[in-house]
Design a protein around this ligand. Structure first.
Ligand SMILES: [Zn+2]
Length: 290
C-alpha cells in the first residue's frame, strides 16, 4: 500500500511538473505581427474590382498592398513580399507591362519595399527564416528573390500556377521575372493546411479560388486573439457581403473559401485582416500586434 501511495505521489509530481513546464513554454511563446504594406494601387472604380457591385453605388477606391512580418520565437516569418522593387518611385514600366501599370497605377516608394520595411522594425532580409507566399500574383510574390536563404512555404498547386498561368493572366497578374530566378530556392510545398511551428500559433490555411493554390494564414495572438490574414481570398469587406472579386481562377472554389473564412470568423471569433482593404490598412498598418 505504502509503495502504491509513493508511486501515486511521484506520478502526481511528474504530471503537475509536466503541465507547469508546458504552461511555461506556451507562455513564453509570444508571437507578434507587424502589419506593413508595399504601397497603394489605384484609384479605380469599385465596379472594375467587384463586377456585380450595384452600379448606383460606384465610387473610386484605392487598395493597399498588404504584407505581414510575423515574429515567432522559432523564427522570423514574412507573409508576402509585395510589388517588385523595380517598380518603385514611378518606374512601373521598367518591370511590369505597360497596360498593367496603367490599370493598377502602383504608387510604391523604395522605402515601402519589404527589405526596407524589415529594416524599419530592426531586421534585415537575412534574418527571415520563412517566407510564406499567399499566391503568385505580382503584388504578393514580387520580391521573393530577395530571400534566397529562406524556406519558402507555398502550395504545390500554386507553383504550377506560377510557372504556367492561364493565358489570360500571363504578363498581367503573373510576372515571371519576379520569380524565374527563384526556381531552385528551398520550397516547402504544401497540399492543404499546415501548422507551421507545430504549436498551433501560425497555421497556413488553404483558400483556393483567387488562384489555383491560394493560401491564407491564421495566427493566435496572446492579447489580440485569433486573426486570419486572408490576403486575396478576401480583398475587401464587400467580398463578404456577396460581391466576389473580379479576378478568379475558379469562382466556385473562391466562394467555398469565402464560406470557410466566414466559419472561422464565426466559430473561432477570428478577426479577418483583409488583403486590400484601405479602411483596415489606414487603421492597422505600421503597428505591432501581439
Ligand atoms: Zn493582391
Amino acid at each position: 500500500m505504502k509503495k502504491l501511495a509513493i508511486a501515486a505521489a511521484i506520478l502526481i509530481m511528474v504530471c503537475v511538473g509536466a503541465s507547469s513546464v508546458a504552461a511555461m513554454s506556451h507562455g513564453d511563446a509570444k508571437v507578434r505581427i507587424f502589419w506593413t504594406g508595399s504601397g497603394l494601387l489605384g484609384p479605380f472604380s469599385i465596379l472594375d474590382v467587384l463586377p456585380t457591385y450595384p452600379k448606383d453605388q460606384d465610387r473610386q477606391v484605392m487598395m493597399p498592398v498588404v504584407m505581414f512580418i510575423i515574429d515567432h520565437p522559432k523564427g522570423l516569418v514574412v507573409f508576402d513580399t509585395g510589388n517588385n522593387v523595380a517598380i518603385s518611385d514611378g518606374n512601373c514600366k521598367s518591370h511590369w507591362n505597360s497596360w498593367i501599370c496603367d490599370a493598377l497605377q502602383p504608387s510604391q516608394t523604395r522605402e515601402e519595399v519589404i527589405d526596407r520595411q524589415l529594416e524599419k522594425v530592426g531586421y534585415s532580409v537575412g534574418d527571415v527564416k520563412i517566407v510564406i507566399t499567399s499566391h503568385s500574383h505580382l503584388d504578393h510574390i514580387g520580391n521573393i528573390e530577395m530571400f534566397p536563404d529562406a524556406i519558402h512555404v507555398i502550395q504545390k498547386k500554386e507553383l504550377y500556377q506560377a510557372w504556367w498561368p492561364e493565358k489570360f493572366q500571363r504578363g498581367g497578374a503573373h510576372v515571371m521575372a519576379d520569380y524565374d530566378d527563384a526556381r531552385d530556392f528551398i520550397y516547402f510545398e504544401l497540399d492543404g493546411d499546415y501548422d507551421l511551428f507545430g504549436d498551433g500559433s501560425v497555421i497556413v490555411i488553404s483558400t483556393p479560388g483567387h488562384t489555383l493554390g491560394h493560401q491564407s494564414v491564421k495566427v493566435q495572438l496572446a492579447d489580440t486573439g485569433t486573426v486570419l490574414l486572408t490576403q486575396d481570398a478576401v480583398w475587401v469587406e464587400e467580398n463578404l457581403e456577396g460581391y466576389p472579386a473580379g479576378l478568379n481562377y475558379s469562382i466556385l472554389d473562391y466562394n467555398k473559401s469565402i464560406q470557410r473564412i466566414k466559419m472561422l470568423r464565426d466559430i473561432e471569433n477570428a478577426q479577418l485582416w483583409l488583403g486590400h482593404s484601405m479602411k483596415q490598412h489606414e487603421e492597422m498598418a505600421e503597428k505591432w500586434y501581439q
